[in-house]
Design a protein around this ligand. Sequence first.
Ligand SMILES: C[S@@+](CC[C@H](N)C(=O)[O-])C[C@H]1O[C@@H](n2cnc3c(N)ncnc32)[C@H](O)[C@@H]1O
Length: 243
Amino acid sequence: MTAPVAPAQPQPSRADGERALFAREFLRSPLRTASLVPSSAALTARMVAGLPATGDPVVVELGPGTGVFTTAIAERLGGRGRQLAVEVNERLAAALRPRHPGVEVITGAAAELPRLLGERGIDGADAVVSGLPWTVYFDGPRPLAPILAEVLAPGGVLTQFSYPWTAWTPPARRQRAQLRAAFEEVLVTRTVWRNLPPALVYVARRPRPSSSPASAASTTVWEAATASSPSPDASPVSAPAAG
Ligand SMILES: C[S@@+](CC[C@H](N)C(=O)[O-])C[C@H]1O[C@@H](n2cnc3c(N)ncnc32)[C@H](O)[C@@H]1O
């Protein structure tokens, strides 16, 4: 007579483990982690849509967390160029390294980016993909947007996600003002509804030289009607800006 076989217990998936890690880090440091769950596949797709499809670009990710954007960037690059990820939280950075041996995972702060890239012989990034909370734009001795403009190559692109319902709060307005002052073009995508919470993406191009005075008149800002009907796959849209 054979012994009864116990039903197999479901094993937690890697995604479950990543969500648990992210939630733990959120509870440890809610302001710095800024989200209880990693970004969705829909937001991830929007964040990496503008990455160069050819050549050997240098792509820098800020605030990779558990690595949802990291994986998508690696897939898009397919071994081309150089991929770096700068994460201030050592536990998150340490968890990321073994899963992404092809990515230079750096424990450090976004504001240190010029030095971190300089030390690695990089004089210009082709893309910066930022999952940073907006507090990081204001909490250093220098605003963050001009630092990002400084490290980007002239043809480079910055993507940064944010939230539509906070768009008219003072910190969000200050963040947009910083981006407009540092970049000649700032696009805002339609709302990505398939994300918790729904999000939008700023796409900034043509970094201004740091010595050049920002000219609001020459700033091209296109904003989506962020409260428009769900359109998860839309590209940046061209509707005149309000803010
Ligand atoms: C909202 S989470 C985004 C995580 C991931 N990119 C995603 O979308 O699921 C913000 C991440 O930024 C990191 N972070 C916060 N401040 C930072 C800083 N000054 N420099 C680098 N990373 C930072 C946090 O530790 C966290 O991993």
